[in-house]
Design a binder for this molecule. Structure first.
Ligand SMILES: C[S@@+](CC[C@H](N)C(=O)[O-])C[C@H]1O[C@@H](n2cnc3c(N)ncnc32)[C@H](O)[C@@H]1O
Length: 245
């Protein structure tokens, strides 16, 4: 019995070592893929209308995760899902070639520096178009500029008008762009819309910094209630919008 136990310990040690070889971004992304399934199942089941808006696309991994989660959970099976869910677009905002830029002093972080996490719009477009030709829209530029232009254009991008937001992901890591994204989506959120904050627990949860501060301020000024729908990965947090109409 003792030898069997010690053999098991040896096996368990190997499993622990292998699991710890998994790079943190991979671990975080896998957890988010899992979270997206329950997020999209819920909005499809509850028939929440609107698009998926992603602020911070990088190379497109989370955008594609959202698309497949929506597709797989939106199938009519005559058992759980009786009605076909609403059609949605998957709209991604990023500076792409520019990466990060500090618009405010309070956004500075040792691990997110200017120009960091830049990507190539052409390659990302190619990557998403292999998944679907018509369902993605990519908007290039710092959202500090692009969102104002879209507002002036009656919330329309490339001829498509964003009426409602079903799910939004904020993944630009810093406070000031997160605030802009939340302000842009404010009037498009409805009961059941989901807000995903990818870096909720960064900046040591300082009430004046990061996406944590942006969402706290949003709760104060919007008077929208956010219902906790759990966490994922290292720093991810999910909320469901609850609004009195
Ligand atoms: C962590 S990455 C996004 C990762 C992506 N969501 C994923 O998981 O596949 C952060 C992205 O935010 C973008 N970003 C940061 N600040 C921005 C801003 N002010 N306007 C537009 N994009 C910004 C960066 O270019 C970078 O691609």
């Amino acid at each position: 019995m003792l030898t069997l136990l010690s053999k098991l310990h040896f096996l368990i040690n190997i499993i622990i070592r292998i699991y710890n070889l998994l790079p943190i971004p991979v671990y975080h992304n896998l957890e988010r893929i899992k979270a997206y399934r329950r997020i999209f199942f819920l909005i499809n089941f509850e028939a929440v209308k609107g698009d998926y808006l992603e602020f911070g696309v990088f190379e497109g991994t989370s955008l594609i995760s959202a698309y497949y989660a929506n597709k797989s959970t939106g199938k009519v099976d005559k058992l759980v899902m009786l009605n076909k869910p609403n059609k949605r677009r998957f709209i991604g905002f990023d500076s792409f070639e520019e990466g990060f830029k500090y618009f405010k002093e309070e956004d500075k972080h040792d691990n997110w520096i200017e120009g960091h996490l830049s990507s190539n719009l052409k390659l990302v477009k190619k990557r998403v178009s292999r998944v679907s030709r018509d369902d993605f829209i990519l908007v290039k530029g710092f959202i500090e500029n692009t969102l104002e232009d879209i507002k002036k254009n009656n919330d329309t991008i490339e001829g498509y008008k964003i009426e409602k937001v079903a799910v939004m992901l904020i993944d630009m890591d810093l406070k000031s762009p997160a605030e802009k994204a939340l302000r842009f989506c404010h009037d498009k959120l409805q009961n059941g819309s989901i807000i995903i904050i990818d870096n909720y627990f960064n900046f040591n949860c300082d009430p004046n910094k990061g996406e944590f501060a942006a969402i706290s301020n949003f709760i104060d000024y919007s008077k929208i209630k956010l219902i906790d729908f759990g966490n994922y990965g290292v720093t991810g947090k999910i909320f469901i919008v609850s609004k009195t109409t």
